[in-house]
Design a protein around this ligand. Structure first.
Ligand SMILES: [Zn+2]
Length: 317
């Protein structure tokens, strides 16, 4: 687990930098300094922020369901933060992983050993089991070590699954080839809340894990489909960053489409990747350039995504 945490430390660093500002950078690998911030989103749904991906929690008489579990060293603090709500003494009964990345699944082993049941889309289990190299097909590369058995989801699904708990039909739905090839969006319909996983993030240009089957086309398709179906006042928990709304999602999709079109046009003009970077073709969207994915890294992402053939085989059943 130590290696997995180290491999994903870059994401923790960036999350920490985004949450706490540049000063936090020097402390980034010290999880002992991370505090869990709990926000009531709606009814019995809470959002927990620490380091790594945002957690959604359904807390009630039937127990607790969490979506994602950040990093292993934070698991105890997450459990303590849930207990501090003083709503239930019951433990975390289910953990749903939105995708396999270590900043969303790092706590799996600990929660599982404490009695939680792990649930995820089929490909999440496969990628956790095998390990591999995540990346944008260019300068961004992150090593993922094979996860121990206890960290693997024991219930997996192909298309979708529903948990009937705390008076709600909590619905996890798979969207193929977005941030990775195993992304789920989690709906809390009674509370009017959605957790987007990393198909929607607030740290600027998104990391699209092309090396793990992700694509910008799939990310756009997923977010358009989801935002078309949700009520206008739905509360949106992004994979990373502050609580959001559908306007934020639409602005993000607009940027994804416009930047994709810019790279598509450059491809049609027979420009090379190096020329696209040289000509700074994403300059009009520079405000989206973040600490993690800067303009050049996003050009690589779009280039690799749009020139791979994966998109052609993408389908949503
Ligand atoms: Zn991720």
């Amino acid at each position: 687990m130590r290696n997995r945490n180290q491999a994903w430390a870059v994401i923790a660093l960036l999350s920490a930098a985004l949450l706490y500002g540049p000063a936090a950078r020097t402390q980034q690998d010290d999880f002992s300094k991370v505090q869990i911030k709990t926000t009531k989103v709606s009814g019995n749904i809470y959002m927990l922020e620490g380091a790594g991906g945002n957690i959604a929690a359904s807390v009630g008489d039937d127990g607790i369901v969490i979506v994602d579990d950040q990093f292993a060293p934070l698991a105890e603090k997450i459990q303590a933060a849930l207990k501090d709500l003083k709503i239930t003494d019951k433990p975390v009964r289910f953990v749903i992983n939105t995708h396999y990345h270590g900043d969303h699944t790092g706590g799996n082993e600990i929660f599982s050993n404490a009695g939680s049941t792990l649930i995820a889309q089929d490909n999440v289990r496969k990628r956790l089991q095998s390990g591999g190299e995540a990346g944008n097909g260019g300068s961004i590369k992150l090593e993922a070590k094979p996860a121990p058995k206890a960290a693997l989801p024991i219930i997996t699904f192909d298309h979708d699954v529903t948990l009937h708990l705390n008076g709600e039909d909590i619905h996890a739905m798979y969207f193929p080839s977005g941030h990775t090839d195993g992304d789920s969006v989690i709906f809390f319909p009674k509370n009017n809340v959605v957790h987007m996983g990393d198909d929607f993030v607030r740290y600027g240009f998104p990391f699209i894990d092309v090396a793990s089957g992700g694509s910008v086309q799939g990310m756009i398709e997923a977010m358009e489909k989801v935002s078309a179906e949700l009520p206008p006042d739905v509360k949106v928990i992004p994979g990373h960053g502050a609580l959001s709304n559908l306007d934020d999602v639409r602005a993000y999709v607009k940027m994804l489409k416009e930047t994709s079109a810019a790279v598509q046009k450059a491809l049609a003009d027979k420009k090379t990747l190096a020329q696209m970077k040289e000509e700074k073709i994403l300059a009009p969207w520079a405000k989206w350039s973040g600490d993690f994915i800067k303009e050049d890294a996003f050009i690589e992402t779009l280039y690799n995504s749009l020139t791979s053939r994966k998109g052609e085989f993408m389908k949503h059943n």
